[in-house]
Design a protein around this ligand. Structure first.
Ligand code: IMP
Length: 198
């Protein structure tokens, strides 16, 4: 039987963990390609003050400048004892151009001695497909650890403890994390939406 060529869908990211997650969930539905793969090396400005605003900026940037259907995500870590911070500013929590380790260390310092360690991740995904824009959201609840656990994943994973399994995201395999994570949930909503609109 002839193999059907999959439609290209750009994921407005070059993060290899995120691309792996997306390819696993959208397997057989789309050929998911990164920004590098379409020759986009732009610093896309993330100037909105909401996750949805930033996801829309990135998706529209790719569609308008490169012409591809695409999706873009923006994620925030909301920590109850910090009044919902760092939220939409999670990537730059320890300053402009800071590393994942800088953010983790700042969070551990800010949370020192705090009893309430409740936190959640939210991902918003904006999809532009066949002329239509749709937004999806995924959330996972948990808490901030008092020290890093595990070496997998990226970002805040070593200090985010999933509220159901009580295991840090950095201690999970990528399949385990995908099954419960904010982005996994948002991505599966996107996949369901596409299946239902076929
Ligand atoms: P972004 O919107 O994906 O760039 O994420 C914003 C910030 O949240 C960055 O500092 C990421 O490292 C962090 N982040 C996003 N997704 C995850 C995740 O799945 N685990 C841990 N940290 C994440």
């Amino acid at each position: 039987m002839e193999k059907k060529e999959l439609q290209k869908l750009v994921f407005a990211s070059n993060n290899k963990h995120k691309l792996e997650e997306a390819r696993a969930i959208l397997h057989g539905m789309f050929d998911v390609v990164s920004l590098n793969e379409i020759g986009c090396h732009d610093e896309i400005p993330e100037t909105a003050d909401t996750l949805e605003g930033n996801a829309l900026i990135k998706a529209r940037w790719v569609k308008e400048k490169y012409g591809y259907d695409c999706f873009a995500d923006d994620t925030g870590l909301m920590v109850e004892a910090l009044g919902g911070a760092p939220g939409v500013y999670s990537a730059r929590y320890a300053g402009e151009h800071c590393s994942f380790a800088d953010n983790v260390n700042k969070m551990l310092r800010e949370m020192e001695g705090k009893k309430n360690r409740k936190a959640y991740f939210v991902t918003v995904i904006a999809l532009i497909l066949n002329g239509e824009t749709t937004v999806f959201e995924g959330r996972v609840d948990g808490y901030i650890a008092t020290e890093p656990h595990g070496h997998g994943g990226f970002g805040y994973d070593p200090i985010f403890i999933d509220g159901v399994s009580n295991v840090s995201f950095a201690e999970m395999s990528s399949e385990e994390k995908n099954a419960v994570s904010h982005r996994g949930r948002a991505m599966r909503k996107l996949a369901e939406f596409v299946k239902n609109s076929e």
